[in-house]
Design a protein around this ligand. Structure first.
Ligand code: ADP
Ligand code: UVW
Ligand code: MG
Length: 398
């Protein structure tokens, strides 16, 4: 009977999960329940044998709350789970308290709850996942792995804002950074691919998914990242604005009378690609660009230009760069975005190989000219596997 680790990524309206055999790390099953609490919740579940999909289930489900979603996941997993030894959770905000994954106890739970004030969109759902998992599998070890933890190494000059010092001491106002599980995972894969120790490498990693962030990594440690106090800062995203003049929301409040609640919603859910085009999915943007749509072309340019500026900034931060890594949904799949982000950077040693870029697939693909000083890589991220590894390291759970 194989031992397994279940990894949960519980969002405000979705529950994603992956079940890994341990210690082999083979993926046994994965799934997602989307639109929890919204019209027409949907459940997709895949089971694997080796690298092959053994069975696929897809159906609309009744899931007015996460509780029903959990029951659907459990029912789907029952066929696959033989000996579940631990559960790992993605928790978005670990504040200044959590520098690495931890075994969850009531104190940890309370701390995650207290941090919800810093991540109101994410931490409450993560916590709900933890509580439902404890109910569902009482007594099973549970581990929290944090999106912020990898960035605890940010030096003060990178994490402090130029605001009154009391804001930091009284309200924990500083840059935290997110997507750390993904940045760290692809950094490790990049080092393995380049066959060099991570400790000797300077990397720029670009996580371009629904949310998006850039990270400057020196010797395996995050030294700067584009998301800040919240996951709103930095790059242009599917529905988030990224960097803005901080006076802009103040101005919009003045001229429209819009309240903070509405502004918060617009900046997080109605901006980015969606704000500029009505569409938040890069696939649709690229299709529109190909069809000659002007608004889509401009949105793509603004998106890629922001990425390019951060590449330039992180060159200045790191001094020397060995590799630039693209990852997550957009970074792994959208060759035109990668090409636009790298355009004009030959002076920095970044020279894209157009053909390699166009055909990049698989776990790791090199898309730079082999003779260029900076390696350009596309690496498939796997935050869940990274969490499972942290669970195993923490519990020795085999
Ligand atoms: N083939 C593709 N071409 C362009 N963009 C893609 C493609 N596949 C996925 N994407 C983009 O990736 C995004 C999702 O990225 P992902 O990393 O899965 O997000 P998250 O994990 O944050 O939900 C989609 O919204 C879409 O814009
Ligand atoms: C922290 C964050 O932005 O996560 P996501 O990209 O999953 O929304
Ligand atoms: Mg993701």
């Amino acid at each position: 009977m194989s031992a397994a680790i279940l990894v949960l990524n519980c969002g405000s309206s979705s529950l994603k999960y992956r079940l890994f055999e341990t210690p082999s790390e083979a993926l046994l099953a994965e799934g997602i329940i989307e639109r929890i609490g919204e019209p027409a919740p949907h459940h997709r579940h895949l089971r694997y044998r080796g690298a092959e999909v053994m069975s696929r289930m897809e159906r609309d489900v009744v899931a007015p709350t996460h509780r029903e979603a959990f029951a659907h996941m459990r029912a789907a997993l029952d066929g696959a789970v033989h000996d579940l030894v631990a559960i790992g959770h993605r928790v978005v905000h670990g504040g200044e308290r959590f520098h690495q994954a931890v075994r969850i106890d009531t104190k940890v739970e309370r701390d995650i709850e207290a941090l919800a004030v810093l991540a109101p969109l994410h931490n409450p759902a993560n916590l709900l996942g933890i509580r439902l998992a404890a109910e569902s599998w009482p007594g099973l070890p549970q581990v929290a792995a944090f999106d912020t933890a990898f960035h605890h190494s940010l030096p003060p000059l990178a994490h402090r804002y130029a605001v009154p010092e009391a804001w930091y001491h009284l309200y924990q106002v500083r840059r935290y950074g997110f997507h750390g599980l993904s940045h760290e995972y692809v950094a490790q894969r990049a080092a393995a691919h380049l066959d060099r120790p991570l400790a000797a490498l300077n990397l720029i990693t670009l996580h371009l998914g629904n949310g998006a962030s850039a990270c400057a990594i020196r010797g395996g440690r995050s030294v700067d990242t584009s998301m800040g106090f919240t996951p709103l800062e930095g790059l242009v995203m599917g529905t988030r604005s990224g960097d803005l003049d901080p006076a802009l929301p103040l101005h919009m409040e003045r001229v429209t009378g819009m309240g903070w609640h509405a502004l918060d919603h617009v900046l997080n859910h109605e901006c980015g690609l969606k704000g500029m085009t009505g569409l938040n999915d890069m696939r649709e943007i690229l299709a529109r660009v190909a069809a000659g749509d002007e608004a889509a072309r401009l949105a793509l340019e603004v998106y890629a230009y922001r990425v390019r500026k951060y590449i330039g900034a992180y060159f200045a931060v790191l001094g020397r760069v060995d590799a630039v890594v693209f990852t997550a949904g957009v970074g792994e799949n959208a060759a035109p975005v990668r090409a636009a982000a790298c355009a004009g950077l030959q002076g920095l040693g970044i020279v894209l190989d157009e053909a390699a870029n166009a055909r990049a697939t698989g776990e790791v693909a090199a898309i730079g000219r082999p003779d260029a000083p900076v390696a350009l890589l596309v690496i498939r991220t796997n935050e869940e596997l990274h969490i499972a590894r942290q669970v195993r390291a923490l519990l020795g759970a085999d």
